[in-house]
Design a protein around this ligand. Structure first.
Ligand code: ADP
Ligand code: MG
Length: 321
């Protein structure tokens, strides 16, 4: 079990993490989801003892990552954003080197390196120089080094970034396999990746936890209120005023289309079904309806809504620079 408590990290006067807390239970695959700059790598670097927090604590099965660093670190394998691969070593040489660094016993070393290569399907390339491997294979070697030493928990920072679609599918499959024998935490800025691979998601935005939820429950957070889109023919201002008067309507927006048509978006207050009142009101005012459909909020909309400020702030910052 990993307990992250009230972590903060400031760079100069910028708070990269701001009171971040969550708990990781054994046996599940967790996703740390957030847009670029949300604080995912900072969190993982602190959880693995690479950098110290400005405040708060991380314990791994009760061992404090700073005070009991050796015992805590033995329980986690880490693939950082920039994997520390030695390009001029062969895969086997590098993994043996990692085993030495992690203090793996001589008698267990050969077996452990072989197992790590089997699990990550890098045994075929064991004698190739790392620099000559494809990006997908390099990432597999990065995962192999993380599982050497038999850690119970594996932490992977954006393991599919920069890979092509086939490599992404393969790495996701490998992560699912690892999840059968390890607790896994992976970070991503892509919601669909988390929802495909993980059991539980932590969404972070600007260094704060904005949602902790089982992936199977994510749909419950999608807004229940109805949104409809209508294609109609009639005067735009009339459409607007007619719909705005309806008591069950929350928002109305109307845009002009070709041939005197308009495209109308209406959201309901609460959970009311507004299709009937909207269509009657329009037709009673001489506005013909050509089509109507319900628009649901998607998971992607939910994620954007929860984390949008990040992106806006980043954009503003970039504009200022
Ligand atoms: P993510 O991995 O979610 O993209 P990071 O944890 O890398 O986010 O960064 C979080 C915030 O902290 C960003 O605003 C980033 O610019 C800032 N940051 C990260 N590392 C440093 C550093 N070494 N020095 C200054 N600012 C940093
Ligand atoms: Mg990162």
């Amino acid at each position: 079990m990993i307990e992250v408590k009230n972590l903060s990290k400031t760079y100069g006067n910028h708070a990269a993490l701001d009171g971040l807390s969550f708990t990781v239970e054994p046996g599940k695959i967790y996703g740390l989801l957030g847009p670029n700059g949300a604080g995912k790598s900072t969190t993982m670097n602190i959880m693995t003892g690479y950098i110290a927090p400005s405040g708060g604590s991380v314990t791994i099965d009760g061992y404090d990552i700073l005070k009991d660093a050796k015992k805590a670190k033995a329980k986690i394998g880490y693939l950082p954003e920039m994997p520390p691969l030695y390009q001029d070593m062969t895969v086997a040489e590098y993994l043996n080197f990692v085993a030495d660094l992690k203090g793996v016993k001589k008698s267990e070393k050969k077996n452990m390196v072989n197992q790590a290569m089997e699990k990550t399907q890098t045994d075929d390339v064991s004698n190739r120089l790392i620099k000559n491997l494809s990006k997908g294979y390099k990432q597999r070697v990065g995962i192999a080094q993380a599982i050497i030493g038999s850690p119970e928990m594996i932490i992977l920072d954006e393991p599919t970034v920069g890979l092509d679609p086939l490599q992404i599918t393969e790495i996701r499959e490998l992560i699912r396999e690892l999840g059968k024998t390890h607790t896994v935490i992976l970070s991503s800025h892509i919601l669909s990746e988390i929802s495909e691979v993980c059991d539980h998601v932590f969404i972070i935005s600007k260094g704060k936890l904005v949602l902790s939820e089982a992936v199977s429950n994510l749909a419950l957070h999608i807004k229940a209120s109805q949104q409809i889109e209508i294609e109609a023919k009639g005067d735009r201002a009339l459409c607007e005023s007619v719909l705005e008067e309806l008591p069950a309507v929350e928002t109305v927006s109307v845009e002009d289309k070709d041939e005197g048509k308009v495209l109308v978006h209406v959201t309901a207050k609460g959970n009311e079904d507004i299709r009937e009142s909207v269509s009657l009101a329009l037709s009673q005012n001489g506005i013909a309806i050509f089509g109507m459909k319900e628009l649901g909020q998607s998971l992607e909309d939910l994620f954007l809504e929860m984390t949008q400020e990040d992106e806006e702030e980043t954009m503003n910052k970039e504009e200022e620079e």
